[in-house]
Design a protein. Structure first.
Length: 433
């Protein structure tokens, strides 16, 4: 079933419906066609499909529309397995085959690098997306919200309305069961709990964080009730109330063990993260004596892996708690050729001693700060490996790194970290010319 909901209110009845044929997919997953020469974006329609749509938002150079009906279907269309897919904002590509999503994700990376980054031969540099053998039950983290009645769910797309679900197919069965149990025990009580974060490591142990605006006797009572439930037993799950507790659970990558604080960043797809880390390590081409810097290093996962392959590794991270975790992780794993610096990357690069042969950078979706890029160019490492979760900001930053001719892009490898959504992770190798 297509991801759309037909509107029948009186305001909509007066609007004119139009026929459209979809030519391609925009990078947000919307189908793109033209009505009277104007680009029209239609969520839920696929390339090659024809249908009737209704304009919902008109701008000077483009417009957005909703599906009224589909008259010609694409061979790439499939029924969405999720029962709340038309309403939920968590996924937006379940109406197309997994194979087709990978094809389009590669194309979105190419388009961004060509259009924003000016990389004319991007189609030769970008490899086929590394997909998943089973693209379900992969998320190790979910942030759910409670509505006025205390019901848990995801936010509806572009809305604060809560979409309640029975079984999220992106989460493990154990996490889904924890959600149901917490919902049953809390009911509509404890309105101070607005959001709940569910995490799970590879061993299946959970961490559930109840974000409470304030604490109460009722919340404490419910907390004790939850701990009596099998899914929340001490051996199966760590249960935390915001700010009060700072327990950790542990994750393993290779022969390394990492302590994870409640708010520490980890990639949400454990299976694909292993592939991504392996790819980065393969591309480093380290001989064992070099100095390596890991920018935006988080709790030090990649930094410690790099340290095992080189003479010296330095991690830079803005989040103070993440740096505390990183230092503890280095100590726990007896890795002594690594150091961590707390602060913004753009403030720390120029103050660091040494000259790295390789820099690995994994910034947030906003990409790297312009000053950080300027300092990275001045530093001039032989190789840069850029890990990105946003093709647009990756392309913007690559343009800055390559426009002077100092660096050239050797290859780009997309990794499907976020199956059934339009988001794409990419790893890019740059070499100094």
């Amino acid at each position: 079933m297509a991801k759309f909901k037909k509107q029948n209110n009186k305001k909509e009845q007066g609007k004119k419906d139009s026929e459209i044929e979809i030519l391609r997919l925009a990078s947000d997953g919307s189908g793109v066609g033209y009505i009277d020469g104007k680009a029209t974006f239609v969520p839920g329609l696929l390339p090659g499909e024809q249908g009737k749509v209704r304009i919902r938002e008109a701008k000077k150079n483009f417009q957005r529309a909703e599906i009224i009906s589909i008259s010609r279907f694409s061979a790439d269309r499939q029924p969405a397995p999720c029962s709340v897919y038309p309403q939920c904002g968590g996924c937006n590509l379940q109406h197309m085959t997994y194979k087709a999503t990978l094809v389009w994700k590669k194309q979105w990376v190419i388009d961004s690098l060509q259009r924003i980054g000016g990389l004319k031969d991007a189609n030769k540099k970008v490899q086929n997306v590394i997909g998943m053998q089973n693209p379900w039950r992969y998320r190790n983290k979910a942030v759910l919200h409670r509505d006025a009645g205390g019901r848990l769910g995801y936010y509806k797309e572009k809305s604060k309305d809560v979409v309640v679900f029975d079984d999220c197919l992106l989460l493990s069965e154990a996490t889904n069961q924890r959600i149901k149990t917490l919902q049953r025990v809390l009911g509509d009580s404890c309105p101070e709990v607005k959001t709940v974060t569910f995490r799970e490591n590879q061993a299946g142990k959970g961490m559930v964080i109840m974000h409470a605006e304030a604490e109460s006797e009722q919340l404490e009572k419910k907390l004790q009730e939850l701990k009596k439930e099998k899914e929340f037993s001490a051996s199966d799950c760590i249960l935390i109330i915001t700010e009060r507790d700072n327990y950790k659970f542990y994750e393993r990558w290779g022969n390394l063990k990492f302590g994870v604080s409640p708010y520490a960043f980890l990639q949400v797809n454990t299976t694909q993260t292993a592939k991504l880390y392996g790819l980065v390590l393969e591309w480093t081409d380290l001989k064992g004596r070099e100095e390596v810097w890991d920018l935006y290093c988080g709790i030090g996962t990649m930094t410690l892996m790099l340290a095992q392959k080189t003479g010296k590794a330095v991690g830079v991270e803005e989040n103070p708690q993440a740096v505390v975790d990183a230092k503890e992780n280095a100590k726990e794993n007896k890795v002594d050729n690594v150091s961590f610096v707390q602060g913004r990357v753009e403030d720390r690069i120029s103050a660091l001693a040494g000259k790295p042969e390789l820099v690995v950078t994994d910034p947030p979706r906003a990409g790297m700060d312009r000053e950080a890029l300027t300092q990275l160019l001045a530093l001039g490492p032989a190789r840069i490996i850029y890990v990105s979760c946003n093709p647009a900001t990756l392309a913007r930053d690559l343009k800055i790194l390559t426009e002077s001719g100092t660096y050239q892009v050797e290859k780009v490898q997309p990794v499907d970290m976020f199956a059934w959504s339009h988001h794409t992770e990419s790893v890019c190798l740059l070499e100094r010319t």
